[in-house]
Design a binder for this molecule. Structure first.
Ligand code: HEM
Length: 350
Protein backbone atom coordinates (compact mmCIF):
# COMPACT_ATOMS: atom_id res chain seq x y z
CA UNK A 1 0.00 0.00 0.00
CA UNK A 2 1.26 3.52 -0.80
CA UNK A 3 2.39 5.79 2.08
CA UNK A 4 -0.51 8.16 1.28
CA UNK A 5 -3.03 5.28 1.54
CA UNK A 6 -1.48 4.08 4.82
CA UNK A 7 -1.59 7.62 6.30
CA UNK A 8 -5.23 8.00 5.20
CA UNK A 9 -6.20 4.81 7.08
CA UNK A 10 -3.97 5.64 10.12
CA UNK A 11 -5.69 9.02 10.52
CA UNK A 12 -9.16 7.45 10.51
CA UNK A 13 -8.33 4.25 12.43
CA UNK A 14 -5.65 5.41 14.88
CA UNK A 15 -4.28 2.01 15.88
CA UNK A 16 -0.54 1.52 16.12
CA UNK A 17 0.64 -1.46 14.08
CA UNK A 18 3.74 -1.69 16.29
CA UNK A 19 1.42 -1.93 19.34
CA UNK A 20 -0.53 -4.79 17.78
CA UNK A 21 2.71 -6.53 16.84
CA UNK A 22 4.01 -6.18 20.44
CA UNK A 23 0.82 -7.72 21.89
CA UNK A 24 0.46 -10.58 19.42
CA UNK A 25 4.09 -11.36 18.70
CA UNK A 26 4.75 -13.40 21.83
CA UNK A 27 7.93 -15.48 22.04
CA UNK A 28 6.98 -19.13 21.49
CA UNK A 29 9.07 -21.88 23.15
CA UNK A 30 11.16 -23.96 20.77
CA UNK A 31 9.26 -27.20 21.48
CA UNK A 32 6.15 -25.83 19.71
CA UNK A 33 7.98 -26.49 16.44
CA UNK A 34 6.99 -30.12 17.05
CA UNK A 35 3.48 -30.12 15.60
CA UNK A 36 1.83 -32.22 18.31
CA UNK A 37 2.55 -29.44 20.79
CA UNK A 38 0.74 -26.97 18.51
CA UNK A 39 -2.44 -29.10 18.38
CA UNK A 40 -4.55 -26.41 20.15
CA UNK A 41 -4.60 -24.36 16.93
CA UNK A 42 -6.20 -27.28 15.02
CA UNK A 43 -9.64 -27.29 16.74
CA UNK A 44 -9.62 -23.46 16.60
CA UNK A 45 -9.05 -23.59 12.84
CA UNK A 46 -11.70 -26.31 12.36
CA UNK A 47 -14.18 -24.30 14.42
CA UNK A 48 -13.89 -21.46 11.86
CA UNK A 49 -14.61 -24.00 9.07
CA UNK A 50 -17.67 -25.17 11.06
CA UNK A 51 -19.01 -21.62 11.43
CA UNK A 52 -18.66 -20.81 7.71
CA UNK A 53 -20.10 -24.13 6.46
CA UNK A 54 -22.77 -24.10 9.22
CA UNK A 55 -24.05 -20.67 8.11
CA UNK A 56 -24.27 -21.92 4.51
CA UNK A 57 -26.21 -25.03 5.61
CA UNK A 58 -28.56 -22.91 7.77
CA UNK A 59 -29.70 -21.02 4.64
CA UNK A 60 -31.50 -24.22 3.60
CA UNK A 61 -32.10 -26.24 6.78
CA UNK A 62 -35.70 -26.23 8.11
CA UNK A 63 -35.97 -27.35 11.76
CA UNK A 64 -39.26 -29.21 12.14
CA UNK A 65 -40.08 -32.94 12.04
CA UNK A 66 -42.05 -32.56 8.81
CA UNK A 67 -39.34 -30.59 6.94
CA UNK A 68 -35.92 -31.32 8.51
CA UNK A 69 -35.12 -34.59 6.73
CA UNK A 70 -36.33 -33.30 3.33
CA UNK A 71 -34.30 -30.08 3.69
CA UNK A 72 -31.13 -32.09 4.44
CA UNK A 73 -31.85 -34.29 1.41
CA UNK A 74 -32.40 -31.15 -0.69
CA UNK A 75 -29.02 -29.76 0.45
CA UNK A 76 -27.31 -33.06 -0.37
CA UNK A 77 -28.95 -33.73 -3.74
CA UNK A 78 -30.17 -30.44 -5.24
CA UNK A 79 -28.22 -27.43 -3.94
CA UNK A 80 -25.04 -26.62 -5.94
CA UNK A 81 -22.10 -28.01 -3.99
CA UNK A 82 -24.51 -28.71 -1.09
CA UNK A 83 -23.05 -32.23 -0.74
CA UNK A 84 -19.57 -30.70 -0.48
CA UNK A 85 -20.47 -28.09 2.15
CA UNK A 86 -22.36 -30.74 4.16
CA UNK A 87 -19.38 -33.09 3.81
CA UNK A 88 -16.97 -30.40 5.05
CA UNK A 89 -19.25 -29.69 8.03
CA UNK A 90 -19.66 -33.35 8.95
CA UNK A 91 -15.96 -34.26 8.57
CA UNK A 92 -14.94 -30.95 10.16
CA UNK A 93 -16.98 -31.92 13.24
CA UNK A 94 -15.35 -35.35 13.37
CA UNK A 95 -11.82 -33.93 13.06
CA UNK A 96 -12.54 -31.10 15.52
CA UNK A 97 -13.65 -33.54 18.22
CA UNK A 98 -10.62 -35.77 17.52
CA UNK A 99 -8.30 -32.72 17.62
CA UNK A 100 -9.72 -31.46 20.94
CA UNK A 101 -9.21 -34.92 22.48
CA UNK A 102 -5.62 -35.15 21.14
CA UNK A 103 -4.86 -31.60 22.39
CA UNK A 104 -6.20 -32.52 25.84
CA UNK A 105 -4.10 -35.71 25.86
CA UNK A 106 -0.94 -33.72 25.04
CA UNK A 107 -1.74 -31.13 27.75
CA UNK A 108 -2.35 -33.95 30.24
CA UNK A 109 0.79 -35.98 29.54
CA UNK A 110 3.06 -32.91 29.51
CA UNK A 111 1.59 -31.80 32.88
CA UNK A 112 0.80 -28.40 31.29
CA UNK A 113 -2.31 -28.09 33.52
CA UNK A 114 -0.20 -27.71 36.68
CA UNK A 115 0.14 -24.49 38.66
CA UNK A 116 -0.53 -21.73 37.54
CA UNK A 117 -2.62 -23.12 34.65
CA UNK A 118 -5.31 -24.96 36.69
CA UNK A 119 -8.09 -22.57 35.64
CA UNK A 120 -7.21 -22.90 31.97
CA UNK A 121 -7.54 -26.69 32.27
CA UNK A 122 -11.04 -26.17 33.71
CA UNK A 123 -11.94 -23.77 30.89
CA UNK A 124 -10.57 -26.45 28.53
CA UNK A 125 -12.91 -29.04 30.10
CA UNK A 126 -15.84 -26.66 29.51
CA UNK A 127 -14.65 -26.38 25.88
CA UNK A 128 -14.62 -30.17 25.61
CA UNK A 129 -18.19 -30.46 26.96
CA UNK A 130 -19.33 -27.66 24.62
CA UNK A 131 -17.72 -29.38 21.61
CA UNK A 132 -19.34 -32.74 22.46
CA UNK A 133 -22.76 -31.05 22.90
CA UNK A 134 -22.31 -29.38 19.51
CA UNK A 135 -21.70 -32.85 18.05
CA UNK A 136 -24.78 -34.29 19.79
CA UNK A 137 -27.20 -31.48 18.81
CA UNK A 138 -25.84 -31.33 15.24
CA UNK A 139 -26.32 -35.05 14.66
CA UNK A 140 -29.89 -34.79 16.02
CA UNK A 141 -30.81 -32.14 13.42
CA UNK A 142 -30.68 -34.57 10.47
CA UNK A 143 -33.83 -36.37 11.69
CA UNK A 144 -32.66 -39.78 10.52
CA UNK A 145 -33.83 -42.89 12.34
CA UNK A 146 -30.58 -43.22 14.30
CA UNK A 147 -30.22 -39.52 15.11
CA UNK A 148 -33.86 -39.33 16.27
CA UNK A 149 -33.54 -42.38 18.51
CA UNK A 150 -30.10 -41.22 19.70
CA UNK A 151 -31.65 -37.93 20.83
CA UNK A 152 -34.52 -39.79 22.52
CA UNK A 153 -32.08 -42.06 24.42
CA UNK A 154 -29.98 -38.98 25.34
CA UNK A 155 -33.06 -37.22 26.74
CA UNK A 156 -34.05 -40.32 28.73
CA UNK A 157 -30.56 -40.53 30.24
CA UNK A 158 -30.83 -36.84 31.23
CA UNK A 159 -34.11 -37.73 32.94
CA UNK A 160 -32.32 -40.12 35.34
CA UNK A 161 -30.01 -37.37 36.73
CA UNK A 162 -31.13 -36.85 40.35
CA UNK A 163 -33.11 -33.68 41.23
CA UNK A 164 -32.52 -31.59 38.05
CA UNK A 165 -32.88 -34.43 35.47
CA UNK A 166 -36.62 -34.19 34.67
CA UNK A 167 -36.40 -30.40 34.40
CA UNK A 168 -33.37 -30.62 32.07
CA UNK A 169 -35.12 -33.19 29.88
CA UNK A 170 -38.18 -30.95 29.64
CA UNK A 171 -36.04 -27.95 28.73
CA UNK A 172 -34.13 -29.95 26.10
CA UNK A 173 -37.17 -31.42 24.36
CA UNK A 174 -39.57 -28.51 24.91
CA UNK A 175 -42.03 -30.90 26.60
CA UNK A 176 -42.23 -34.27 28.31
CA UNK A 177 -41.41 -36.12 25.05
CA UNK A 178 -39.96 -35.41 21.59
CA UNK A 179 -42.46 -33.11 19.85
CA UNK A 180 -42.88 -30.57 17.02
CA UNK A 181 -40.87 -27.91 18.91
CA UNK A 182 -37.91 -30.15 19.81
CA UNK A 183 -35.92 -29.69 16.59
CA UNK A 184 -36.05 -25.89 16.72
CA UNK A 185 -34.57 -26.10 20.26
CA UNK A 186 -31.74 -28.32 19.04
CA UNK A 187 -31.19 -25.90 16.15
CA UNK A 188 -30.94 -22.80 18.40
CA UNK A 189 -28.62 -24.67 20.77
CA UNK A 190 -26.48 -25.95 17.89
CA UNK A 191 -26.37 -22.78 15.77
CA UNK A 192 -26.39 -20.03 18.42
CA UNK A 193 -26.12 -20.85 22.14
CA UNK A 194 -23.29 -23.41 22.00
CA UNK A 195 -21.11 -21.65 19.36
CA UNK A 196 -21.37 -18.32 21.22
CA UNK A 197 -20.51 -20.07 24.51
CA UNK A 198 -17.57 -21.76 22.77
CA UNK A 199 -16.31 -18.42 21.42
CA UNK A 200 -16.50 -16.81 24.90
CA UNK A 201 -14.66 -19.76 26.45
CA UNK A 202 -12.05 -19.64 23.67
CA UNK A 203 -11.40 -15.93 24.29
CA UNK A 204 -10.70 -16.74 27.97
CA UNK A 205 -8.68 -19.87 27.05
CA UNK A 206 -6.39 -18.20 24.50
CA UNK A 207 -6.26 -15.05 26.69
CA UNK A 208 -4.88 -17.11 29.59
CA UNK A 209 -2.45 -18.96 27.28
CA UNK A 210 -1.23 -15.53 26.15
CA UNK A 211 -0.92 -14.23 29.74
CA UNK A 212 0.92 -17.28 31.09
CA UNK A 213 2.76 -18.12 27.88
CA UNK A 214 2.89 -21.75 26.74
CA UNK A 215 4.45 -24.13 29.29
CA UNK A 216 8.22 -24.38 28.89
CA UNK A 217 9.20 -27.96 28.31
CA UNK A 218 12.70 -29.31 28.47
CA UNK A 219 13.79 -32.59 27.04
CA UNK A 220 16.49 -34.61 28.76
CA UNK A 221 19.00 -34.12 25.93
CA UNK A 222 18.56 -30.33 26.14
CA UNK A 223 18.83 -30.02 29.92
CA UNK A 224 22.05 -28.03 29.87
CA UNK A 225 21.06 -25.67 27.05
CA UNK A 226 19.20 -22.40 27.78
CA UNK A 227 15.48 -22.34 26.81
CA UNK A 228 15.18 -21.12 23.22
CA UNK A 229 12.28 -19.17 21.71
CA UNK A 230 11.12 -18.14 18.26
CA UNK A 231 8.65 -15.44 17.18
CA UNK A 232 4.91 -16.04 16.94
CA UNK A 233 4.94 -14.00 13.73
CA UNK A 234 5.88 -15.12 11.15
CA UNK A 235 7.43 -18.47 12.21
CA UNK A 236 4.61 -19.92 14.32
CA UNK A 237 2.00 -18.29 12.09
CA UNK A 238 3.48 -20.17 9.10
CA UNK A 239 3.35 -23.47 11.04
CA UNK A 240 -0.35 -22.85 11.74
CA UNK A 241 -0.92 -21.82 8.11
CA UNK A 242 0.57 -25.09 6.86
CA UNK A 243 -1.52 -27.06 9.37
CA UNK A 244 -4.63 -25.13 8.17
CA UNK A 245 -3.95 -25.77 4.47
CA UNK A 246 -3.23 -29.46 5.10
CA UNK A 247 -6.51 -29.74 7.04
CA UNK A 248 -8.43 -28.09 4.19
CA UNK A 249 -7.01 -30.60 1.70
CA UNK A 250 -7.77 -33.49 4.08
CA UNK A 251 -11.34 -32.21 4.64
CA UNK A 252 -11.95 -31.80 0.91
CA UNK A 253 -10.62 -35.30 0.24
CA UNK A 254 -12.82 -36.83 2.94
CA UNK A 255 -15.93 -34.89 1.80
CA UNK A 256 -15.37 -36.07 -1.78
CA UNK A 257 -14.17 -39.65 -1.28
CA UNK A 258 -16.45 -40.49 1.67
CA UNK A 259 -19.50 -38.31 0.98
CA UNK A 260 -22.12 -37.97 3.70
CA UNK A 261 -25.37 -39.67 2.70
CA UNK A 262 -28.85 -39.63 4.12
CA UNK A 263 -30.07 -42.66 6.08
CA UNK A 264 -33.67 -43.66 6.68
CA UNK A 265 -36.07 -40.88 7.71
CA UNK A 266 -36.93 -40.92 11.45
CA UNK A 267 -39.95 -42.99 12.38
CA UNK A 268 -41.05 -42.36 15.99
CA UNK A 269 -43.22 -45.50 15.89
CA UNK A 270 -40.46 -47.97 14.98
CA UNK A 271 -37.54 -48.42 17.39
CA UNK A 272 -34.45 -49.59 15.42
CA UNK A 273 -33.05 -52.94 16.47
CA UNK A 274 -29.62 -51.42 17.11
CA UNK A 275 -29.32 -47.88 18.48
CA UNK A 276 -25.84 -46.31 18.43
CA UNK A 277 -24.74 -42.76 19.15
CA UNK A 278 -21.87 -41.11 17.25
CA UNK A 279 -18.39 -42.60 17.88
CA UNK A 280 -17.39 -40.00 20.48
CA UNK A 281 -20.19 -41.17 22.80
CA UNK A 282 -19.42 -44.91 22.38
CA UNK A 283 -17.50 -45.00 25.66
CA UNK A 284 -20.38 -43.36 27.60
CA UNK A 285 -22.90 -45.67 25.90
CA UNK A 286 -20.90 -48.81 26.76
CA UNK A 287 -20.65 -47.59 30.35
CA UNK A 288 -24.45 -47.25 30.45
CA UNK A 289 -24.80 -50.83 29.28
CA UNK A 290 -22.31 -52.08 31.90
CA UNK A 291 -23.83 -50.28 34.90
CA UNK A 292 -27.43 -49.58 34.06
CA UNK A 293 -29.56 -46.66 35.28
CA UNK A 294 -28.70 -44.37 38.14
CA UNK A 295 -25.33 -46.02 38.95
CA UNK A 296 -24.07 -45.37 35.41
CA UNK A 297 -25.20 -41.73 35.38
CA UNK A 298 -23.79 -40.99 38.85
CA UNK A 299 -20.43 -42.66 38.18
CA UNK A 300 -20.10 -40.84 34.83
CA UNK A 301 -20.93 -37.53 36.50
CA UNK A 302 -18.30 -38.26 39.15
CA UNK A 303 -15.62 -39.10 36.53
CA UNK A 304 -16.32 -35.86 34.61
CA UNK A 305 -16.19 -33.90 37.91
CA UNK A 306 -12.79 -35.46 38.76
CA UNK A 307 -11.54 -34.59 35.26
CA UNK A 308 -12.61 -30.96 35.77
CA UNK A 309 -10.71 -30.81 39.08
CA UNK A 310 -7.72 -32.87 37.86
CA UNK A 311 -5.02 -30.19 38.50
CA UNK A 312 -6.03 -30.18 42.20
CA UNK A 313 -6.38 -33.97 42.37
CA UNK A 314 -2.91 -34.29 40.80
CA UNK A 315 -1.45 -31.84 43.32
CA UNK A 316 -2.89 -33.89 46.19
CA UNK A 317 -1.67 -37.19 44.67
CA UNK A 318 1.87 -35.86 44.15
CA UNK A 319 2.07 -34.62 47.76
CA UNK A 320 0.54 -37.83 49.11
CA UNK A 321 2.69 -40.33 47.16
CA UNK A 322 5.76 -38.10 46.65
CA UNK A 323 5.96 -39.34 43.05
CA UNK A 324 5.44 -36.69 40.30
CA UNK A 325 4.61 -39.25 37.58
CA UNK A 326 1.56 -40.71 39.34
CA UNK A 327 -0.84 -38.82 37.01
CA UNK A 328 0.93 -40.19 33.94
CA UNK A 329 0.12 -43.77 34.96
CA UNK A 330 -3.49 -42.91 35.80
CA UNK A 331 -3.70 -41.16 32.39
CA UNK A 332 -2.31 -44.22 30.56
CA UNK A 333 -4.92 -46.39 32.29
CA UNK A 334 -7.67 -43.87 31.42
CA UNK A 335 -6.70 -43.61 27.73
CA UNK A 336 -6.52 -47.41 27.32
CA UNK A 337 -9.89 -47.83 29.07
CA UNK A 338 -11.49 -45.23 26.77
CA UNK A 339 -9.99 -46.79 23.62
CA UNK A 340 -10.93 -50.30 24.79
CA UNK A 341 -14.55 -49.42 25.59
CA UNK A 342 -14.94 -47.41 22.36
CA UNK A 343 -13.71 -50.39 20.31
CA UNK A 344 -15.91 -52.78 22.28
CA UNK A 345 -18.99 -50.64 21.52
CA UNK A 346 -17.96 -50.31 17.85
CA UNK A 347 -17.56 -54.06 17.35
CA UNK A 348 -20.72 -55.43 18.97
CA UNK A 349 -24.36 -54.77 18.10
CA UNK A 350 -25.71 -54.69 21.68
C1 HEM B 1 -12.21 -26.02 21.20
C2 HEM B 1 -11.28 -26.54 21.98
C3 HEM B 1 -9.91 -25.98 22.28
C4 HEM B 1 -9.13 -25.07 21.60
C5 HEM B 1 -9.47 -24.39 20.28
C6 HEM B 1 -7.90 -24.88 22.35
C7 HEM B 1 -6.85 -24.04 21.97
C8 HEM B 1 -5.61 -23.96 22.63
C9 HEM B 1 -4.41 -23.32 22.11
C10 HEM B 1 -4.27 -22.63 20.74
C11 HEM B 1 -3.42 -23.45 23.05
C12 HEM B 1 -1.93 -23.00 22.92
C13 HEM B 1 -0.97 -24.19 22.91
C14 HEM B 1 -1.28 -25.30 21.95
O1 HEM B 1 -1.50 -25.01 20.74
O2 HEM B 1 -1.32 -26.48 22.39
C15 HEM B 1 -4.01 -24.15 24.18
C16 HEM B 1 -3.35 -24.44 25.37
C17 HEM B 1 -3.92 -25.09 26.46
N1 HEM B 1 -5.12 -25.78 26.46
FE1 HEM B 1 -6.52 -25.72 24.99
N2 HEM B 1 -7.94 -25.66 23.48
C18 HEM B 1 -9.14 -26.37 23.46
C19 HEM B 1 -9.55 -27.31 24.39
C20 HEM B 1 -8.85 -27.67 25.54
C21 HEM B 1 -9.19 -28.76 26.43
C22 HEM B 1 -10.34 -29.75 26.20
C23 HEM B 1 -8.28 -28.73 27.47
C24 HEM B 1 -8.18 -29.63 28.68
C25 HEM B 1 -9.20 -30.01 29.40
C26 HEM B 1 -7.36 -27.61 27.23
C27 HEM B 1 -6.35 -27.20 28.07
C28 HEM B 1 -5.31 -26.35 27.72
C29 HEM B 1 -4.20 -25.95 28.60
C30 HEM B 1 -4.02 -26.31 30.07
C31 HEM B 1 -3.34 -25.17 27.79
C32 HEM B 1 -1.97 -24.58 28.22
C33 HEM B 1 -0.92 -25.55 27.68
C34 HEM B 1 0.50 -25.09 27.87
O3 HEM B 1 0.74 -24.10 28.56
O4 HEM B 1 1.40 -25.78 27.30
N3 HEM B 1 -7.72 -27.03 26.04
N4 HEM B 1 -5.33 -24.47 23.89
Amino acid sequence: MSTGGRDWIAERVPISLEGIAAVTNEPVPEHLKRWWFALGGTPAYLFVVQIVTGILLAFYYQPSPSTAFESVRYITEQVSYGWYIRGLHKWGATLMIAAVILHQIRVFFTGAYRRPRELNWMIGMALLVCTLLLGFTGYSLVFEQLSYWGATVGANITDTVPIVGPMLKDALLGGAAYNDRTLSRFFILHGAVLPVTLILLLVMHIGLVRLHGVTQLRFEAEDAAPVRHFNFFPEHFYTELIIGLTLMILLSALATLLPVGTGARANPLITPEVIKPEWFFYVAFRWLKLFSGLTAVLTQGFIVFVMFCWPFVDDWLVRRFKYPEVSVWIGVLGVFTIIGMTMWEALVAH
